[in-house]
Design a protein around this ligand. Structure first.
Ligand code: SF4
Length: 491
């Protein structure tokens, strides 16, 4: 695709918009223009009070031209308004050209609820916030309403927490095998899995140091989330050792929530969940992604639907209070019929939480590399699956409680967590809305220090790969985190 811009326009953002309409577009200024090459020209003229934009989209003999103007507002930088005007003109041209109107309009960010929050916090009513989101970003009414509804739900949870509270994330970057859609740095080969004992030992040192730091800071740990990877890749003894260490570091009996993201059915057994329950784990994920064996095979997820049902039964019998199930919309080999049957069967199982993700192409995943990512490039079909999820969960008593989007998500569509009221994953909300500090341990973990009502956020990164993490002197590295944290909180 060829994209030519003139004036004060964020070209990178405009490229992202182009890809909503031309999903596999690659941008080159040297490409020869053929009859199938889309050519977009976007020009913005900045006047005293208004930005004027003109956008044309041409392919072969066909051209659509649209104009748009946006007045400058005192609280918005002029450059942003110029860029928005150009984007809206392009969006209008592309919508008419492709006869496709993307549901999220020109909004490409990963946290749509943030914009809903801003509007509600400024004193807008729900109706006003919906109207404002639609006008500013050209959202479908249902997407604007979803954003505002989730922001309202989240705010009821958030008001219970202050910056004196914090959460802990524990990273287990190991999985029994690699799924083809995944680019996460999870170790999966026998040689790398043999690092687990050393990894746990090192991470437990970090947990103990963190426990002292949190006490010194006078903070109160409210949630713990063990994620991955697949934490239940650990064997029973390793899991028990890790959870015992966490018991020794934090008051797990009084946490508001304690999650183990078990994930893969092929790693779950009665004994492991008994151990989780004995250590006060209150929420567990058992993730089928799809209830179609062929699709599971297509994405190299090495378990069957039958194994998922068995793992779900074990999770139910374990009496761990809340179960979450994750699904992915848009996997290769899936289609609306298969997906709708999957979500219907999941709703019949009645887990407390259902999280429906839209497939997002990850650069280095096996599927992206092989170029066989999506079940369809027709985003209307994907949007139908997303809509159906929202309809069926609502009619079965679930409410949407958190949402985010990933870079390169198919059709720019969303990931939504649904819950039966009162069973939401508190950690997901606190983390997504950056309510308070999240301390993170292990490889790939990112600590996010937060203060002044989210106005000040500082990220501290652990090494990405377990090998790098193990190569460091953990105590020395922790001194750096302690210094950073102390200076951040002025103590
Ligand atoms: S289980 Fe999750 S983290 Fe592990 S390889 Fe599959 S998608 Fe990636």
């Amino acid at each position: 695709m060829k994209l030519i811009t003139e004036g004060n326009i964020n070209s990178y953002y405009l490229q992202t918009l182009c890809m909503l309409f031309f999903p596999r577009a690659k941008f080159s200024n040297t490409e020869t223009i053929g009859p199938d090459t889309p050519v977009a020209i976007v020009k913005v003229t900045s006047m005293e009070t208004t930005a004027y934009a003109e956008a044309s989209l041409t392919m072969g003999e066909r051209t659509v031209i649209k104009y748009y103007s946006e007045d400058y507002k005192p609280d918005t930088p002029k450059g942003n308004t110029d860029s928005i005007a150009g984007s809206k003109a392009f969006f209008a041209a592309a919508t008419e050209f492709c006869k496709y109107n993307p549901p999220w309009g020109i909004l490409t960010g990963v946290r749509p609820t943030k914009l809903a929050f801003d509007r509600l916090e400024s004193g807008m009513t729900k109706e006003q916030a919906v109207k404002s989101l639609r006008a500013d970003y050209l959202l479908y009414p249902k997407k604007a309403i979803l954003s505002v509804d989730i922001a309202k739900y989240e705010s009821k949870i958030i008001k219970n927490y202050t910056e004196k509270d914090c959460s802990i994330y524990v990273s287990i970057p190991f999985c029994p095998t690699r799924c083809a859609y995944c680019s996460f740095v999870s170790y999966t080969t026998p040689k790398l899995l043999s690092l687990i004992p050393e990894y746990l030992k090192t991470m437990m040192t970090e947990l103990k140091l963190l426990s002292s730091l949190i006490k010194d800071l006078g903070m109160n740990v409210v949630t713990v989330y063990i994620g991955g990877g697949t934490p239940t890749t650990l064997d029973e003894k390793q899991l028990d050792t890790l959870l015992s260490c966490i018991d020794g570091c934090f008051d797990t009996a009084n946490l508001h929530e304690y999650t183990v993201e078990a994930g893969r059915a092929d790693t779950i057994n009665k004994e492991k969940l008994k151990i989780c329950k004995a250590h006060n784990v209150s929420r567990i994920s058992v993730n089928p992604q799809t209830l179609c064996d062929q699709v599971l095979q297509n994405v190299g997820r090495m378990h069957t639907v039958q194994q998922f049902y068995k793992a779900f039964d074990i999770a139910k019998a374990s009496e761990i209070p809340h179960i979450n199930t994750d699904l992915i919309i848009g996997l290769p080999g899936d289609n609306f019929n298969i997906y709708s049957s999957t979500i219907e069967k999941i709703v019949d199982l009645s887990p407390d939480n259902i999280t429906a993700h839209t497939y997002a192409a990850k650069k280095s995943s096996a599927l992206t590399v092989s170029g066989s990512e999506l079940f369809t490039e027709d985003y209307r079909e994907l949007a139908k699956c997303v809509d159906y999820t929202q309809i069926i969960t609502k009619s079965s008593g679930y409410v949407p409680y958190y949402m985010y989007r990933q870079k390169n998500s198919a059709g720019n569509l969303e990931n939504v967590g649904f819950c039966k009221k009162g069973t939401e994953c508190i950690y997901n909300i606190l983390m997504m809305e950056e309510v308070h500090t999240i301390f993170a341990v292990g490889a790939g973990a990112v600590t996010k220090l937060t203060k002044n009502n989210k106005k000040m956020i500082k990220r501290v990164f652990n090494p990405k790969y377990p090998y790098e993490y193990l190569a460091q002197d953990r105590e020395e590295e922790f001194k750096k985190l302690t210094e950073t944290t102390s200076s951040f909180f002025d103590i």
